[in-house]
Design a protein around this ligand. Structure first.
Ligand code: APR
Ligand code: ZN
Length: 228
């Protein structure tokens, strides 16, 4: 059986990283146009770097939770038969031991150069003056997929969906595409679909099944049922 899991901010919420669209979510405190778009970065790189520096610090100080751990366990047992896709930019799944996580919206612990394309581990604190380790130009940025940019690993993700028997979305509100459309691709391939979330999302009606509750309770139970 092939499984594809798509996770969102709800997976890391109980690690203290908050979400985007819940009450007091990130987008209730910041204007995403200013801190999560290429235009925002061009207008004020200092502001955008400090936004991601704060998120990078939060993520580095956070501990993985029982849901991350359960998915890492599932990956160990299923290996290539499980594709872990995440919209999250933290590395808590990797901290819990998961390998080959596909970060379709990039990662806080990575940076890239807009001149030569070089990708490298992000400094804890980044600034517009940082020289690229490869070409030395001061043109580095967080390796995050901003609104209006194309997500990463889409070929691999679509490939996994074309052969998956079970698609599970965990902790995502289903408001951002193409992530929110992956459930439809899975259904087109004949997969069963399960939504695991704190409460019904915008795309709940597109799933065959649903399990509601905190990820740290629902995900370990679901994984336990799968691997016994
Ligand atoms: N357990 C399970 N689900 C939870 C929990 C929890 N403890 N807490 C919150 N949730 C659910 C919420 O009910 C909501 O449906 O997680 C979801 C979080 O939704 P969003 O804040 O919209 O986060 P996400 O869906 O990951 O956002 C997608 O939007 O801003 C962009 O790039 C950003 O990757 C992000 C994308
Ligand atoms: Zn460079």
């Amino acid at each position: 059986m092939h499984i594809t899991v798509l996770s969102g901010a709800g997976l890391s919420a109980e690690s203290g990283l908050g979400t985007f669209r819940d009450k007091d979510g990130l987008w209730t405190k910041y204007d995403l146009a200013e801190v999560a778009t290429p235009e925002g970065f061009a207008a004020d790189p200092e502001k955008v770097h400090s936004f991601y520096n704060a998120r990078r610090k939060n993520a580095a100080d956070a501990a993985f939770n029982a849901a991350h751990e359960a998915l890492a366990r599932l990956k160990t047992v299923f290996g290539q038969r499980l594709t872990l896709v995440t919209q999250n930019v933290d590395s808590l799944l990797e901290a819990a031991g998961a390998r080959d996580v596909l970060h379709m919206h990039g990662a806080l612990d990575r940076a890239k150069c807009t001149s030569c394309g070089h990708r490298f581990p992000a400094l804890r604190v980044m600034s517009p003056q940082d020289p690229c380790p490869n070409c030395s130009s001061p043109t580095t940025r967080p390796d995050i997929v901003w609104f209006g940019e194309y997500p990463e690993h889409m070929g691999e993700i679509e490939q996994a969906l074309s052969r998956c028997d079970l698609f599970v979305a965990i902790g995502t509100s289903g408001q951002v595409y193409p992530a929110a459309g992956l459930v439809d691709l899975a259904r087109e391939s004949g997969a069963q679909t399960l939504e695991i979330n704190l409460e019904a999302s915008d795309i709940s009606h597109r799933f065959h099944d649903a399990r509601y509750g905190p990820a740290t309770e629902v995900v370990p139970n679901w994984v336990q049922e799968l691997i016994g």
